[in-house]
Ligand binder design. Structure first.
Ligand SMILES: Cc1ncc(COP(=O)(O)O)c(C=O)c1O
Length: 390
């Protein structure tokens, strides 16, 4: 039989890599109901606690009253409405770039940006640990595609020596499964020295990083010459959905002309853009969210180190606990679940083989008491985990 799907599924199950979708029966937040069970969750990307903020919900509702619920058409036909345009102006201002362009998802923004910029005869160089959407975009672009060692400007420089055609260097800002941040000043310097462009996907940096939440470029104080192509997503710290590419006027015009995932899709609902405009306002102005989040991150790291957990080199809200074996990671996640906590086990192929982990994410919506509950549960459960065979 040509499609032996049951064999493939059985193989995945046997390797402890089978994925299931937990059914969320409440809004996002620290306290959720999943598959009928109330749980304290540490696994969403709602870093600033805006996904269920009453003002954002109210802005969405008012937007729906004023603009209806559907985008209605693609941006180039008649789907580009007032709220989309206002949000693009606000995102350009946040990023300090001349313009920004709204996409329906981060996956599509990455696919659109990379494939609009490079093709056959060109080169795309990516960090080994980049998000799947960037790696897929590189493969689909038709450009020569090579991955440099994680966050290693020397490895990048070696590959730049062999690059041909227009060359795009692509990196996550905050690495989504590790929580560490890209060494952007060094990567930008290596790229500029060879006339290459640097594209940064700062999906997890907007909100938590930078004095005003403008992400990794604000954190490092880098301008448009260092990072000509900047991507952000709106489904994480912004608490809504969608994504954007920010850059020069020519870059955005090129996206409008050539980025197929921008051109051939219906615009996002305008009411969603109204909600994001509100969350953007909160993200910029409510500094206490970043400060509280920072305090929780320090609290978690200190407590986890005392328990002897293997943390990663991260000061961001992504605080993975490295376990190694996929089965052990799943069992630790299950033990926590039995104690009323939800922390997802992340396994290959999302992370390299042998580096399964619990991906703890913290949010400004968490309290210190809730973080302490997580630490207490980890202190109880971790020693019960059978040792690794490796
Ligand atoms: C680094 C990174 N880029 C892009 C995406 C895709 O964004 P979206 O969920 O909006 O498609 C994600 C996660 O979803 C991500 O972690």
């Amino acid at each position: 039989m040509a499609f032996d799907l049951s064999a493939r599924l059985a193989e995945r199950r046997a390797a402890d890599l089978y994925r299931q979708r937990p059914l969320l029966e409440s809004p996002q937040g620290p306290q959720v109901v999943v598959d009928g069970q109330p749980l304290l969750a540490f696994c969403n990307n709602d870093y600033l606690g805006l996904a269920n903020h009453p003002d954002v919900v109210a802005a969405w509702r008012a937007g729906a009253e004023r603009w209806g619920v559907g985008g209605g058409a693609s941006h180039l036909v008649i789907g580009h409405s007032g709220p989309h345009h206002a949000l693009e102006l606000a995102l350009a201002e946040l990023t300090g770039r001349p313009r920004a362009l709204l996409f329906s998802t981060g996956y599509m923004a990455n696919l659109g940006a990379v494939t609009a910029l490079v093709g056959q005869g060109d080169t795309v160089l990516q960090d080994r640990l980049n998000h799947a959407s960037l790696l897929d975009a590189g493969l689909l672009s038709g450009a020569r595609f090579s991955r440099y060692l994680h966050n290693d400007p020397v490895s990048l420089a070696n590959r730049l020596e062999k690059a041909t055609g227009n060359t795009l260097v692509v990196t996550d800002g905050v690495f989504s499964m590790d929580g560490d941040i890209a060494d952007l000043p060094a990567l930008a310097q290596a790229a500029r020295a060879k006339g290459a462009w640097l594209m940064v996907d700062d999906a997890h940096g907007f909100g938590p990083l930078g004095a005003n939440g403008a992400g990794i470029v604000e954190h490092y104080g880098l301008g448009i010459d260092d990072v000509p192509v900047l991507v952000g997503t709106l489904g994480k710290a912004f608490g809504t959905a969608g994504a954007f590419v920010a850059g020069s006027d020519d870059l955005i015009e090129a996206m409008v002309q050539f980025a197929r995932p921008y051109i051939y899709t219906t615009s996002q609902p305008p009411a969603l853009a109204c909600a994001t405009l509100k969350s953007l306002e909160l993200l910029r102005s409510e500094h206490w969210r970043r400060e509280h989040l920072g305090a929780l991150i320090r609290q978690f790291r200190q407590g986890a180190e005392q328990i002897g957990l293997q943390l990663m080199d991260s000061f961001t809200p992504i605080q993975p606990i490295l376990i190694g074996d996929a089965g052990r990671a799943v069992r630790l996640s299950q033990m926590l679940r039995e104690r009323g906590l939800m922390v997802t086990a992340i396994r290959p192929p999302t992370v390299p083989a042998g580096s399964a982990r619990l991906r703890v994410t913290l949010s400004a919506a968490h309290s210190e008491t809730q973080v302490q509950l997580l630490l207490n549960a980890l202190a109880d459960c971790y020693p019960l985990l059978e040792p690794s065979n490796a």
